[in-house]
Design a protein around this ligand. Structure first.
Ligand SMILES: [Fe+2]
Length: 516
């Protein structure tokens, strides 16, 4: 451990003259405990690079995660083999206290469409090794794309076995994470189906989160899970957020408990900053004025374009008092918005580009306006007001936009179930939606939740339901888009095997799907 004066004098001098860290700092441990306890990650790949990430946390749950308020210089290296015998890029980045001692480095100048390995070093401590792939060159015509889809990982609901299996999936270009990376509250009780109390699998250390330190500790607790670390070091992630990164069912500056917007905005700003600190995203996503411009586009040669959407930050308040409710006049409010006007115009322009065969919308809340009735005593049709179903005007606009393009597919999270079905413009299919189940949220689940047969009967556009935990695997070729629904029998026991429950296939040139 060094004093603040030593750090400032030696580190400052080295940086000023462009030298590597002095030998004395390289030869020793900076902290009493291992500083890379939260692992490493990579994300937002491009044809010539990606972001690499780590956060110093020798004592993850302590104030400042055990790092005093200075900015240690962390060395990073990128190599073209896992043994690091040929380092192709290296440098030093400050782990700044303003950003929770996280490090984000945007790597550029690499070759397209190949794997690289990266690692970090501080003093004599070295991080685990991460792996990431660059994207194909912009003008390339790749014949196949394989990627993962996951999210909704309530730590209290189950083990991250799905992440261990996702880490072992070979040749993934990236993993799209649809959000709910953390949950912001502790469950006081969990119940079995007879209403009797159950033991929780694991406990959140904190009951509720408000401050920067609270949110930082929550991510630290999650990231000490080695299954999650295994997935994050194995593949580049496309990170987005949903509601629980901030607060259940928030939209814009509206908290569902009636907290004044200017007060809720403070909590949201803290949550957004800490999301940035822990995600392998580019500096373009740094929070400004408490908000993050998270929507972005990624193109995989001329095979597929992914539009990553933000369906929380600019949305108008949920109609009918939120929840699953019978239809009320609020759902047809012509001024309602899901994406906000700027993001909607951006998406509109993207969908007009003719530079990729498949147009994917990678987003959070369900687009199919499903009738949610499951039981005979539910007389009136009901909708999930926290999904696109509660927003008729913007949903209709998007459906008529999708009607003008071919090969549109939507990937969604939030539901803690798997669904596959058709998106309709009036009655005409215009796209396919795959909703991917949770990593752990909701606990073990079962193949079919009670009443699923009724949901299938009431919603002819819906072709598949499953209520188990797991992740999605997309396999894309010029001829077809396949989504495999990968599931586990239980998440309350660690280490169970993963299996392919079903596969959705959408052929090129027609908004139809088949399940196999
Ligand atoms: Fe969730």
């Amino acid at each position: 451990m060094f004093t603040r004066r030593q750090i400032l004098s030696t580190g400052g001098t080295a940086a000023a003259v462009g030298l590597a860290t002095p030998a004395i700092l390289r030869a020793q441990s900076w902290f009493a405990s291992y500083p890379f306890a939260l692992g490493v990650a990579s994300g937002d790949p491009a044809p010539d690079g990606f972001v690499i990430w780590t956060r110093l946390a020798p004592d993850p749950m302590a104030p400042g995660a055990g790092v005093p308020p200075y900015a240690p210089p962390v060395q990073w290296e990128v190599a073209d083999s896992e043994r690091f015998n040929n380092v192709v890029a290296r440098g030093e980045a400050l782990a700044r206290p303003e950003l929770g001692h996280s490090v984000h480095v945007e790597i550029a100048g690499l070759q397209p469409d190949r794997p690289y390995w990266y690692r970090f070093t501080l003093g004599k401590d070295r991080s685990i090794r991460g792996r990431a792939r660059t994207l194909p060159a912009a003008g390339a015509s790749p014949q196949a794309l394989r990627f993962g889809v996951c999210g909704c990982q309530n730590y209290e609901d189950g083990f991250y076995t799905a992440y261990r299996h996702l880490a072992a999936e070979r040749d993934l270009a990236f993993v799209f994470h649809y959000g709910d990376f953390i949950y912001e509250y502790r469950q006081d009780n969990e119940f079995d189906k007879n209403g009797l109390p159950l033991p929780t699998v694991r406990r959140h250390a904190q009951r509720e989160l408000y401050t920067l330190d609270d949110y930082r500790r929550q991510y630290a607790q999650y990231l000490t899970d080695m299954d999650l670390q295994a997935a994050r070091c194995s593949h580049a992630f496309l990170s987005t957020f949903d509601d629980h990164e901030v607060r259940n069912n928030w939209v814009s500056d509206i908290d569902q408990d009636g907290v004044p917007p200017e007060i809720f905005a403070l909590r949201k700003a803290a949550a957004m900053q800490v999301w940035y600190e822990h995600m392998p995203v580019r500096a373009a996503l740094l929070p400004r004025g408490g908000a993050i411009l998270m929507n972005r586009r990624l193109r995989y040669g001329d095979l597929a374009a992914l539009n990553l959407l933000d369906t929380r930050g600019y949305r108008s308040d949920q109609p009918c008092g939120d929840g699953v409710k019978p239809v009320c006049p609020g759902i047809s409010d012509p001024k309602a918005s899901v994406l906000g006007s700027a993001q909607e115009a951006w998406l509109d322009a993207n969908l007009g580009r003719k530079d990729a065969t498949w147009s994917c919308l990678a987003q959070q809340v369900m687009m199919m306006p499903l009738d949610r009735r499951r039981f005979d005593d539910e007389k009136e049709k009901s909708l999930n007001m926290d999904s696109w179903a509660g927003y008729d005007a913007p949903r209709s606009r998007l459906m008529s936009r999708l009607a003008k393009i071919d090969n549109a597919i939507v990937l969604t999270g939030d539901e803690h179930q798997n669904f596959a079905g058709l998106l309709l413009d009036r009655d005409r299919p215009v796209a396919v939606e795959c909703v991917i189940t949770s990593i752990s949220s909701g606990g073990d689940g079962q193949d079919l939740r009670p009443g699923s047969d009724r949901m299938l009967a009431n919603n002819l556009q819906l072709k598949f339901i499953n209520d188990q935990r797991g992740y999605g695997l997309c396999e894309v070729t010029p001829e077809a888009w396949k989504t495999h629904f990968m599931v586990l029998d239980k998440v309350t026991e660690p280490g169970l095997p993963i299996k392919r429950r079903a596969t959705m296939t959408m052929p090129r040139g027609s908004a139809t799907l088949s399940m196999g």
